[in-house]
Write a protein that binds this ligand. Structure first.
Ligand SMILES: Cc1cc2nc3c(=O)[nH]c(=O)nc-3n(C[C@H](O)[C@H](O)[C@H](O)COP(=O)(O)O)c2cc1C
Length: 195
């Protein structure tokens, strides 16, 4: 038996990512949960920002941003960046995070976040009070101690320990245990159902 909840934006789990916008001493950080990879060739990320956000003003001018994935330990700093606007304050200073030079865009990445993406805006789609920004991912970075020692191309997920957010209930979580391999775990059913 099911209970109907009506139209809702509830979706879980989602990442809680830190988006950096701006350059030099005018940098800002916003927490976003409405974020996802929306294309692979070219690699593209979508972030949705409410029209009132200061970060949207900056990104509309600079046409670039960086996506920074915090580790679960940084849930307090992540929450802070979603509680206050950067219009009159520097959130980097407030939370003690360090802006690091990017290589393909002028907007910095966050040193304390283990995984970072440099993005250039390709499209903007207005969705009522929100704006979906699509950004081509032109470079990615990972902490050197968070790649697998045997395969340098493989991200060591337990070491990255990415922060997970459950919207609607508004709770931060960490990942649970590994269950199986993608594009593989369903093969048993594939064999069973093959005609
Ligand atoms: C967990 C969490 C997720 C959030 N997700 C979004 C989001 O996806 N899009 C958005 O516009 N605001 C989101 N917010 C709210 C903004 O982060 C918040 O309004 C922020 O203060 C805006 O900063 P700015 O004015 O400096 O850009 C989120 C806040 C939290 C705590």
């Amino acid at each position: 038996m099911k209970r109907q909840l009506g139209p809702s934006d509830a979706f879980f789990p989602v990442p809680a990512a830190l988006i950096v916008s701006g350059i030099e001493d005018k940098v800002n950080i916003i927490t976003v949960a409405w974020i996802g990879i929306v294309g692979s060739t070219p690699p593209t990320v979508g972030i949705s920002l409410e029209k009132t956000r200061y970060s949207l003003e900056i990104i509309r001018k600079s046409k670039e941003f960086t996506v920074n994935i915090p580790s679960a330990d940084c849930f307090r700093e992540t929450d802070y960046c979603g509680l206050v606007t950067g219009r009159n304050r520097n959130k980097f200073d407030d939370i003690g995070f360090t802006p690091n030079k990017s290589s393909r865009v002028n907007t910095p990445i966050i040193e304390e976040c283990p995984y970072n993406m440099e993005c250039r805006v390709t499209q903007e789609i207005v969705l009522g009070d929100w704006v979906l920004i699509l950004g081509e991912i032109v470079e990615t970075h990972i902490d050197v101690d968070k790649v697998s020692p045997s395969n340098r191309a493989k991200i060591d997920i337990p070491k990255v320990n990415p922060l997970v957010y459950c919207a609607e209930v508004r709770e931060y979580w960490a990942l649970g245990k590994r269950l199986g391999r993608g594009f593989h775990a369903g093969k048993e059913i594939l064999q069973r159902t093959k005609k």
